[in-house]
Design a protein around this ligand. Structure first.
Ligand code: 5GP
Ligand code: ZN
Length: 110
């Protein structure tokens, strides 16, 4: 298994976990671009947003809301880079959750 996020899911690579359930995992990005930068992934391997079954997305949305509660934040930005041309580097679907609870979010607004 070459995928680093699959390795994080199965514990081969350590991560700083925020929340998990049977289907999803949230962990802190190793190279944060904001005071809070968490990655939210399905435990099953899907390359990117475009190749993820739509049926999974409502459940993922619920999980994302639970992650925000766990982090005690109400204001945050969600991003997913779908494909190399969009900046995707890890080809296991992940949603970036970025926030700055104490001020302005400096990551460029799209
Ligand atoms: P992408 O550019 O694919 O949307 O984002 C990949 C993200 O994964 C980057 O923000 C990068 O810092 C993060 N990342 C890459 N490798 C690791 C790792 O081994 N552990 C953690 N926690 N984050 C990683
Ligand atoms: Zn994977």
């Amino acid at each position: 298994m070459e995928c680093i996020f699959c390795k994080i899911v199965n514990g081969e690579i350590p991560s700083n976990k925020v929340l998990e359930n049977d289907k999803f995992l949230a962990f802190h990005d190793i190279n944060p671009i904001a005071p809070i930068h968490v990655l939210i992934i399905p435990k099953d391997h899907y390359e990117k947003f475009d190749s993820t079954p739509v049926e999974l997305l409502p459940e993922m949305a619920e999980f994302i809301k639970e992650v925000a509660k766990e982090l005690n934040i109400t204001d945050y930005r969600l991003i997913t880079n779908n494909g190399k041309g969009a900046g995707q580097e890890v080809f296991h679907l992940h949603i970036h959750m970025v926030a700055n609870p104490n001020g302005k979010l400096l990551w460029p607004k799209l």
